[in-house]
Ligand binder design. Sequence first.
Ligand SMILES: C[S@@+](CC[C@H](N)C(=O)[O-])C[C@H]1O[C@@H](n2cnc3c(N)ncnc32)[C@H](O)[C@@H]1O
Length: 511
Amino acid sequence: MANSSTRTGRSAREMKRTFYNNGAHGQLKSMSKRRARLRAEAIHFISSGSDKPCYEVKWINDYKGCGVFACAPIEKGSFVLEYRGELISQYERDKRQGEYTEKQNAFLFDFEWNNGSWCLDASCEDGSLGRLVNDANRSPNCKMRKMTVQCKPDLCLFAMENIQAESEITYNYGESLWPWRALTPSGMIPAHTSADPQVNQRSTSSFQQTPSGMIPAHTSADPQVNQRSTSSFQQTPSGMIPAHTSADPQVNQRSTSSFQQTPSGMIPAHTSADPQVNQRSTSSFQQASKSSGTVPSHQCPTAEQTSTDLFEESSDATDYDDADYVPDSCGNSSDASIISTASQELKTMKGDSATSSEVPRTLSSSKMSSNHCTSVISCSANSLKNTSQQKSSINVTPLPITAKGSKYNKKQLCLYCKRPFLNWQDILNPSTVKSLMLQWLSVLIKDPAKEASCYALLRREVTLAIMLKWQAVALERWLLVEDPVLQNNLMTSVTANFAKDCMQETLYGDM
Ligand SMILES: C[S@@+](CC[C@H](N)C(=O)[O-])C[C@H]1O[C@@H](n2cnc3c(N)ncnc32)[C@H](O)[C@@H]1O
């Protein structure tokens, strides 16, 4: 059968000539040179275990902690930083996670590689910069990619755009609703406050206007960082949201006196003076417990293989030979998104503890109430579903408490009250919590024999659910804002039903 070129009367030779005349060959050559250069650069930093010298860590504020900033312009497509950590199997990860105390949360980046689940544990403060890169879900300037170098997977950030000097390096942690994104349906999140009243004075009145709404201005001990901040509220099209909510309506009432009037509504200006109340509304990424697994053994390929599989993970992660290449910035690709070990385990448990016919009707309907909530904060089985679609995922948790004398001093603060987190045990009487959880469980699971293990596995989710329920109560009081869309978004994000959804999905998956 004639091929298309002969059918159209163009010989292969002619086509080749056209190709060369058009300069395509030259382009290809320069692309592969560029690709080779990028590979070489990435390999150099990966194998030397060092970071490029053109980045610095700056303190941003108490809530966000520090971030990584470029000291010089970065070219689009360049290798930026490696997310360096200890490569561990899923089994080891789960073991460690179980061993970490709630205060010693780790940075765990879960991902799929070589048909297995792996994790880069960056809990250890090793001075590397990749682990300190913050999340930006709207306009990240980098993208996390998997690479395989010397038969080991590495996670590397690549520039999605030309990055100006002084810009913060960011990437999208995934499509889940992280706490700092929780109240940002229209791009706004609460103003930062700090335990330091002086800082609060500055930060409560600092919002910055962005194209997509409001973001908190940075307050920092570092004047350079603060320089980027502006002060004074600015109005957004969608109105204002509270900068702080407390679980305790009484506290909320007290706080009303400190609202600051803006053209579009009210914003509470400070956090509660009552630490107990503030502490109650905390939320944190607490890790779930163990699952079984085996440590996959590793066959080390040859050096040749190493060089060819450098970018082998997926086509979108590898296409660095195109000069105009911009990594896919959408969270649907093979990179970061939340994975919850608890969800995995619970999903497994679902298989043997409950069938969908056992699901209470009320819970089924509550699930339908809020699609938005189904993707929230690693509680849902949707996380798991996404994981398989997305191949790799990030599970970022607060930094562990560092050794005495360490320079690292980020406090993990509550999104709402800005005070350091406490263990949930400190927040409520454990027996109260337990009985509450067992109540949930007795509704959700008809098999009492499973209660104990469910209790252990669900502790994190239930705690979160309880807290969110409190927050919903508090939010109702604040929802006197006029904008119905904003109201709706807030209530969707933080509603009592969310707790039910979390539980339901965690237990039964996507029905
Ligand atoms: C990988 S660490 C990034 C470094 C972190 N800023 C620090 O100082 O340790 C992830 C943690 O940083 C904080 N974080 C990251 N991105 C953030 C953002 N956009 N807004 C607020 N906090 C953020 C959260 O506390 C998160 O648990």
